[in-house]
Write a protein that binds this ligand. Structure first.
Ligand code: ACO
Length: 323
Protein backbone atom coordinates (compact mmCIF):
# COMPACT_ATOMS: atom_id res chain seq x y z
CA UNK A 1 0.00 0.00 0.00
CA UNK A 2 0.96 3.65 -0.33
CA UNK A 3 1.88 5.47 2.90
CA UNK A 4 2.48 9.23 3.23
CA UNK A 5 5.83 9.63 4.98
CA UNK A 6 7.24 12.86 6.41
CA UNK A 7 10.18 14.09 4.33
CA UNK A 8 10.81 17.37 6.16
CA UNK A 9 9.47 20.14 8.38
CA UNK A 10 10.14 23.86 8.70
CA UNK A 11 8.90 26.87 10.64
CA UNK A 12 8.82 30.66 10.40
CA UNK A 13 8.00 33.33 12.97
CA UNK A 14 7.53 37.10 12.72
CA UNK A 15 10.52 39.17 13.85
CA UNK A 16 8.75 40.93 16.72
CA UNK A 17 8.31 39.15 20.08
CA UNK A 18 5.62 40.57 22.34
CA UNK A 19 5.98 39.66 26.02
CA UNK A 20 2.99 39.49 28.39
CA UNK A 21 4.12 42.65 30.19
CA UNK A 22 3.32 44.71 27.07
CA UNK A 23 -0.39 43.87 27.50
CA UNK A 24 -0.39 45.51 30.94
CA UNK A 25 -0.26 48.88 29.15
CA UNK A 26 -3.02 47.94 26.65
CA UNK A 27 -5.73 46.23 28.73
CA UNK A 28 -6.55 45.45 32.37
CA UNK A 29 -4.38 42.34 32.76
CA UNK A 30 -1.15 41.09 34.31
CA UNK A 31 1.71 38.84 33.26
CA UNK A 32 0.84 36.69 36.29
CA UNK A 33 -2.81 36.18 35.18
CA UNK A 34 -1.79 35.23 31.64
CA UNK A 35 0.90 32.77 32.77
CA UNK A 36 -1.28 31.20 35.45
CA UNK A 37 -4.39 30.75 33.27
CA UNK A 38 -2.74 29.87 29.96
CA UNK A 39 1.00 29.17 30.32
CA UNK A 40 1.69 31.80 27.64
CA UNK A 41 4.72 34.08 28.27
CA UNK A 42 5.21 35.61 24.84
CA UNK A 43 3.99 35.49 21.23
CA UNK A 44 5.27 36.72 17.85
CA UNK A 45 3.35 39.51 16.13
CA UNK A 46 3.60 40.17 12.38
CA UNK A 47 4.79 43.54 11.05
CA UNK A 48 3.03 45.14 8.08
CA UNK A 49 5.37 43.44 5.61
CA UNK A 50 4.82 40.02 7.20
CA UNK A 51 1.67 38.23 6.01
CA UNK A 52 0.19 34.75 6.07
CA UNK A 53 1.63 34.27 2.55
CA UNK A 54 5.14 35.48 3.44
CA UNK A 55 5.29 33.45 6.66
CA UNK A 56 3.88 30.40 4.86
CA UNK A 57 6.46 30.79 2.10
CA UNK A 58 9.30 31.03 4.64
CA UNK A 59 8.11 27.90 6.48
CA UNK A 60 7.73 26.07 3.14
CA UNK A 61 11.28 26.99 2.09
CA UNK A 62 12.60 25.78 5.47
CA UNK A 63 10.73 22.45 5.07
CA UNK A 64 12.06 22.03 1.50
CA UNK A 65 15.63 22.65 2.74
CA UNK A 66 15.07 20.18 5.60
CA UNK A 67 13.87 17.56 3.08
CA UNK A 68 16.62 18.28 0.55
CA UNK A 69 13.95 19.05 -2.08
CA UNK A 70 13.09 21.99 -4.35
CA UNK A 71 9.68 23.43 -5.35
CA UNK A 72 9.97 21.44 -8.62
CA UNK A 73 9.60 18.24 -6.54
CA UNK A 74 6.20 19.29 -5.09
CA UNK A 75 2.91 18.66 -6.89
CA UNK A 76 0.33 19.88 -4.36
CA UNK A 77 0.15 22.61 -1.71
CA UNK A 78 -2.52 22.70 0.97
CA UNK A 79 -2.50 25.71 3.28
CA UNK A 80 -4.45 25.61 6.53
CA UNK A 81 -5.39 29.15 7.52
CA UNK A 82 -8.26 31.28 8.82
CA UNK A 83 -6.37 34.49 8.10
CA UNK A 84 -5.77 34.42 4.32
CA UNK A 85 -4.13 37.36 2.57
CA UNK A 86 -7.35 37.90 0.59
CA UNK A 87 -10.86 36.46 0.56
CA UNK A 88 -9.77 34.91 -2.74
CA UNK A 89 -7.75 33.62 -4.49
CA UNK A 90 -6.51 31.06 -2.01
CA UNK A 91 -3.33 32.17 -0.24
CA UNK A 92 -1.94 28.74 -1.20
CA UNK A 93 -1.75 29.83 -4.85
CA UNK A 94 0.11 32.99 -3.80
CA UNK A 95 2.62 30.78 -1.98
CA UNK A 96 2.79 28.55 -5.08
CA UNK A 97 3.66 31.64 -7.16
CA UNK A 98 6.21 32.87 -4.56
CA UNK A 99 7.92 29.47 -4.75
CA UNK A 100 8.14 29.83 -8.54
CA UNK A 101 5.83 26.87 -9.18
CA UNK A 102 3.77 26.87 -12.38
CA UNK A 103 2.84 23.18 -12.08
CA UNK A 104 0.64 21.18 -9.70
CA UNK A 105 -2.24 22.61 -7.69
CA UNK A 106 -2.80 24.55 -4.47
CA UNK A 107 -5.75 25.29 -2.21
CA UNK A 108 -6.62 26.60 1.26
CA UNK A 109 -8.27 24.63 4.03
CA UNK A 110 -10.34 26.33 6.71
CA UNK A 111 -10.82 24.46 9.98
CA UNK A 112 -9.45 27.16 12.34
CA UNK A 113 -7.12 25.64 14.96
CA UNK A 114 -7.71 22.12 13.61
CA UNK A 115 -6.67 23.26 10.13
CA UNK A 116 -3.23 21.63 10.07
CA UNK A 117 -4.57 18.26 11.24
CA UNK A 118 -7.35 18.46 8.61
CA UNK A 119 -4.79 19.48 5.94
CA UNK A 120 -2.47 16.56 6.77
CA UNK A 121 -5.37 14.12 6.34
CA UNK A 122 -6.37 15.79 3.04
CA UNK A 123 -2.79 15.52 1.80
CA UNK A 124 -2.64 11.86 2.85
CA UNK A 125 -5.91 11.13 0.99
CA UNK A 126 -4.66 12.84 -2.17
CA UNK A 127 -1.40 10.88 -1.99
CA UNK A 128 -3.09 7.51 -1.42
CA UNK A 129 -5.59 8.13 -4.23
CA UNK A 130 -2.74 8.89 -6.64
CA UNK A 131 -3.71 12.54 -7.27
CA UNK A 132 -0.44 13.77 -5.76
CA UNK A 133 2.95 12.31 -4.83
CA UNK A 134 4.69 15.01 -2.80
CA UNK A 135 2.58 17.48 -0.86
CA UNK A 136 3.57 20.65 0.96
CA UNK A 137 1.25 21.00 3.95
CA UNK A 138 1.40 24.45 5.55
CA UNK A 139 -0.27 26.00 8.59
CA UNK A 140 0.14 29.79 8.57
CA UNK A 141 -1.70 32.50 10.47
CA UNK A 142 -1.70 36.19 11.30
CA UNK A 143 -4.34 36.19 14.04
CA UNK A 144 -3.01 39.55 15.28
CA UNK A 145 -4.94 41.07 12.33
CA UNK A 146 -8.33 39.77 13.53
CA UNK A 147 -7.90 40.40 17.26
CA UNK A 148 -9.86 43.04 19.14
CA UNK A 149 -6.86 44.60 20.90
CA UNK A 150 -9.14 46.15 23.54
CA UNK A 151 -10.64 42.76 24.59
CA UNK A 152 -8.48 41.29 27.35
CA UNK A 153 -10.31 37.94 27.19
CA UNK A 154 -8.95 37.19 23.70
CA UNK A 155 -6.08 39.50 22.70
CA UNK A 156 -3.58 37.99 25.16
CA UNK A 157 -4.09 34.45 23.85
CA UNK A 158 -3.04 34.45 20.19
CA UNK A 159 0.11 34.85 18.11
CA UNK A 160 1.33 34.74 14.49
CA UNK A 161 3.54 32.18 12.74
CA UNK A 162 3.79 29.33 10.25
CA UNK A 163 4.92 25.73 10.02
CA UNK A 164 5.20 23.33 7.09
CA UNK A 165 5.59 19.61 6.47
CA UNK A 166 6.37 17.71 3.28
CA UNK A 167 4.59 14.38 2.82
CA UNK A 168 5.64 11.86 0.17
CA UNK A 169 3.91 8.70 -1.01
CA UNK A 170 6.01 5.50 -0.75
CA UNK A 171 5.17 1.82 -1.25
CA UNK A 172 4.91 0.16 2.18
CA UNK A 173 4.01 -3.30 3.50
CA UNK A 174 0.98 -1.89 5.36
CA UNK A 175 2.23 -2.73 8.84
CA UNK A 176 2.23 -0.79 12.12
CA UNK A 177 6.02 -0.63 11.78
CA UNK A 178 5.71 1.36 8.50
CA UNK A 179 6.86 4.96 8.46
CA UNK A 180 4.19 7.56 7.64
CA UNK A 181 0.58 8.29 8.48
CA UNK A 182 -0.98 5.26 10.13
CA UNK A 183 -4.42 6.52 11.21
CA UNK A 184 -6.51 9.66 11.66
CA UNK A 185 -9.82 10.80 13.09
CA UNK A 186 -11.70 14.03 12.28
CA UNK A 187 -14.79 15.60 13.82
CA UNK A 188 -16.83 18.80 13.66
CA UNK A 189 -20.05 20.03 15.26
CA UNK A 190 -21.46 23.32 13.99
CA UNK A 191 -23.90 23.66 16.88
CA UNK A 192 -20.94 25.15 18.80
CA UNK A 193 -20.13 27.74 16.12
CA UNK A 194 -21.11 30.76 18.24
CA UNK A 195 -18.63 29.89 21.03
CA UNK A 196 -15.61 30.79 18.92
CA UNK A 197 -16.05 32.80 15.72
CA UNK A 198 -15.18 35.95 13.78
CA UNK A 199 -17.96 38.56 13.74
CA UNK A 200 -17.51 39.53 10.10
CA UNK A 201 -17.19 38.09 6.61
CA UNK A 202 -17.75 38.78 2.91
CA UNK A 203 -21.28 37.38 2.72
CA UNK A 204 -22.59 38.91 5.94
CA UNK A 205 -20.99 42.19 7.05
CA UNK A 206 -18.60 42.69 4.09
CA UNK A 207 -15.89 43.32 6.72
CA UNK A 208 -13.08 41.15 8.03
CA UNK A 209 -14.38 41.20 11.61
CA UNK A 210 -12.82 40.33 14.96
CA UNK A 211 -12.33 37.09 16.85
CA UNK A 212 -14.91 36.46 19.60
CA UNK A 213 -14.70 33.61 22.08
CA UNK A 214 -16.51 32.32 25.13
CA UNK A 215 -13.27 30.97 26.60
CA UNK A 216 -14.85 29.17 29.52
CA UNK A 217 -17.30 27.34 27.19
CA UNK A 218 -14.48 26.30 24.83
CA UNK A 219 -12.42 25.11 27.79
CA UNK A 220 -15.35 23.06 29.11
CA UNK A 221 -15.59 21.02 25.88
CA UNK A 222 -11.92 20.92 24.90
CA UNK A 223 -10.50 18.10 27.03
CA UNK A 224 -13.37 15.67 26.34
CA UNK A 225 -13.34 16.30 22.59
CA UNK A 226 -9.56 16.06 22.35
CA UNK A 227 -9.28 12.82 24.30
CA UNK A 228 -12.20 11.23 22.34
CA UNK A 229 -10.64 11.91 18.98
CA UNK A 230 -7.14 10.88 20.12
CA UNK A 231 -8.49 7.58 21.46
CA UNK A 232 -10.33 6.99 18.17
CA UNK A 233 -7.14 7.59 16.14
CA UNK A 234 -5.15 5.30 18.46
CA UNK A 235 -7.81 2.55 18.15
CA UNK A 236 -7.82 2.87 14.35
CA UNK A 237 -4.02 2.51 14.45
CA UNK A 238 -4.29 -0.51 16.74
CA UNK A 239 -2.16 0.96 19.54
CA UNK A 240 -2.64 2.56 22.95
CA UNK A 241 -1.44 5.89 24.34
CA UNK A 242 1.33 4.01 26.20
CA UNK A 243 2.91 3.08 22.85
CA UNK A 244 3.39 6.72 21.82
CA UNK A 245 6.81 8.34 21.79
CA UNK A 246 5.51 11.90 21.37
CA UNK A 247 2.23 13.75 21.88
CA UNK A 248 2.12 17.00 19.87
CA UNK A 249 -1.08 18.80 20.84
CA UNK A 250 -2.59 22.07 19.63
CA UNK A 251 -1.02 24.83 21.68
CA UNK A 252 -3.97 26.87 22.99
CA UNK A 253 -3.61 26.62 26.74
CA UNK A 254 -1.14 24.74 28.95
CA UNK A 255 -3.98 23.73 31.30
CA UNK A 256 -5.88 22.06 28.42
CA UNK A 257 -2.69 20.30 27.25
CA UNK A 258 -1.91 19.03 30.77
CA UNK A 259 -5.47 17.87 31.46
CA UNK A 260 -5.70 16.06 28.07
CA UNK A 261 -2.35 14.31 28.54
CA UNK A 262 -3.29 13.30 32.09
CA UNK A 263 -6.65 11.87 30.96
CA UNK A 264 -4.92 9.92 28.17
CA UNK A 265 -2.22 8.64 30.54
CA UNK A 266 0.62 10.25 28.58
CA UNK A 267 3.55 11.31 30.82
CA UNK A 268 4.64 14.97 30.79
CA UNK A 269 8.07 14.19 29.30
CA UNK A 270 6.42 12.89 26.10
CA UNK A 271 4.36 16.04 25.54
CA UNK A 272 5.73 18.75 23.22
CA UNK A 273 4.88 22.22 24.55
CA UNK A 274 5.59 25.54 22.83
CA UNK A 275 2.56 27.55 23.98
CA UNK A 276 4.77 29.57 26.38
CA UNK A 277 6.79 30.82 23.38
CA UNK A 278 4.18 31.23 20.63
CA UNK A 279 0.74 31.60 22.27
CA UNK A 280 -2.11 30.10 20.25
CA UNK A 281 -1.11 30.33 16.58
CA UNK A 282 -4.21 28.43 15.40
CA UNK A 283 -3.40 26.29 12.32
CA UNK A 284 0.32 27.02 12.74
CA UNK A 285 0.52 25.72 16.30
CA UNK A 286 0.97 21.97 15.65
CA UNK A 287 3.63 22.35 12.91
CA UNK A 288 5.46 24.98 14.99
CA UNK A 289 5.57 22.54 17.93
CA UNK A 290 6.62 19.68 15.62
CA UNK A 291 9.34 21.84 14.07
CA UNK A 292 10.75 22.66 17.51
CA UNK A 293 10.84 19.00 18.62
CA UNK A 294 12.47 17.88 15.36
CA UNK A 295 15.04 20.71 15.41
CA UNK A 296 16.18 19.92 18.97
CA UNK A 297 16.45 16.18 18.21
CA UNK A 298 13.58 14.92 20.36
CA UNK A 299 11.52 13.48 17.49
CA UNK A 300 13.57 10.96 15.48
CA UNK A 301 12.95 8.56 12.62
CA UNK A 302 10.88 5.61 13.78
CA UNK A 303 9.13 7.47 16.64
CA UNK A 304 5.35 7.13 17.01
CA UNK A 305 3.87 10.64 17.05
CA UNK A 306 0.32 11.76 17.75
CA UNK A 307 -0.86 15.17 16.47
CA UNK A 308 -4.06 16.66 17.86
CA UNK A 309 -6.04 19.90 17.55
CA UNK A 310 -9.37 21.45 18.48
CA UNK A 311 -10.82 24.80 17.50
CA UNK A 312 -13.57 27.00 16.11
CA UNK A 313 -16.63 25.27 14.67
CA UNK A 314 -16.06 23.27 16.76
CA UNK A 315 -13.64 21.20 14.73
CA UNK A 316 -11.29 18.63 16.20
CA UNK A 317 -9.04 15.84 14.99
CA UNK A 318 -5.98 13.65 15.51
CA UNK A 319 -3.33 12.05 13.29
CA UNK A 320 -1.13 9.09 14.24
CA UNK A 321 2.12 8.74 12.33
CA UNK A 322 5.49 7.08 12.50
CA UNK A 323 8.29 9.57 11.86
N1 ACO B 1 -6.51 39.37 32.36
C1 ACO B 1 -7.12 39.42 33.58
N2 ACO B 1 -8.35 38.92 33.80
C2 ACO B 1 -8.96 38.34 32.77
C3 ACO B 1 -8.40 38.27 31.48
C4 ACO B 1 -7.12 38.81 31.30
N3 ACO B 1 -6.47 38.79 30.12
N4 ACO B 1 -9.26 37.65 30.65
C5 ACO B 1 -10.34 37.33 31.39
N5 ACO B 1 -10.17 37.76 32.66
C6 ACO B 1 -11.09 37.65 33.79
C7 ACO B 1 -12.51 37.40 33.35
O1 ACO B 1 -13.14 38.61 33.02
C8 ACO B 1 -13.09 36.75 34.59
O2 ACO B 1 -13.41 37.77 35.52
P1 ACO B 1 -14.78 37.66 36.40
O3 ACO B 1 -14.59 36.41 37.21
O4 ACO B 1 -14.71 38.91 37.17
O5 ACO B 1 -15.88 37.55 35.39
C9 ACO B 1 -11.93 35.95 35.16
O6 ACO B 1 -10.74 36.49 34.55
C10 ACO B 1 -12.00 34.46 34.86
O7 ACO B 1 -12.35 34.30 33.47
P2 ACO B 1 -12.54 32.87 32.83
O8 ACO B 1 -12.92 33.04 31.40
O9 ACO B 1 -13.40 32.02 33.70
O10 ACO B 1 -11.05 32.31 32.93
P3 ACO B 1 -10.50 30.89 32.54
O11 ACO B 1 -9.79 30.31 33.68
O12 ACO B 1 -11.54 30.06 31.86
O13 ACO B 1 -9.39 31.25 31.45
C11 ACO B 1 -9.15 31.26 29.05
C12 ACO B 1 -9.76 31.94 30.28
C13 ACO B 1 -7.65 31.34 29.17
C14 ACO B 1 -9.64 31.94 27.80
C15 ACO B 1 -9.58 29.77 29.03
O14 ACO B 1 -10.97 29.69 29.24
C16 ACO B 1 -9.22 29.06 27.74
O15 ACO B 1 -8.08 28.78 27.46
N6 ACO B 1 -10.23 28.69 26.95
C17 ACO B 1 -10.03 27.87 25.76
C18 ACO B 1 -9.37 28.59 24.65
C19 ACO B 1 -9.13 27.59 23.55
O16 ACO B 1 -8.67 26.48 23.78
N7 ACO B 1 -9.48 27.87 22.33
C20 ACO B 1 -9.50 26.78 21.36
C21 ACO B 1 -8.76 26.95 20.21
S1 ACO B 1 -8.77 28.58 19.60
C22 ACO B 1 -9.28 28.55 17.93
O17 ACO B 1 -9.85 27.60 17.42
C23 ACO B 1 -9.10 29.82 17.19
Amino acid sequence: MIRSIVRGVGTALPRRIMKNAEFETLVDTTDEWIVQRTGIRQRHVAAEDETTASLGEAAARAALANAGLTPADIDMIVLATSTPNNTFPATAVEIQERLGMRHGFAFDMQAVCSGFVYAVTAADSHIRSGLARRVLVIGAETFSRILDWSDRTTCVLFGDGAGAMILEGVESPGLLTDRGILAASLRSDGSHRDKLYVDGGPSTTQTVGHLRMEGREVFKHAVGMITDVVEDALARGGITAQDLDWFVPHQANKRIIDASARKLGIPEEKVVVTVHLHGNTSAASVPLALGAAVADGRIRQGDLVLLEAMGGGFTWGAVLLRW
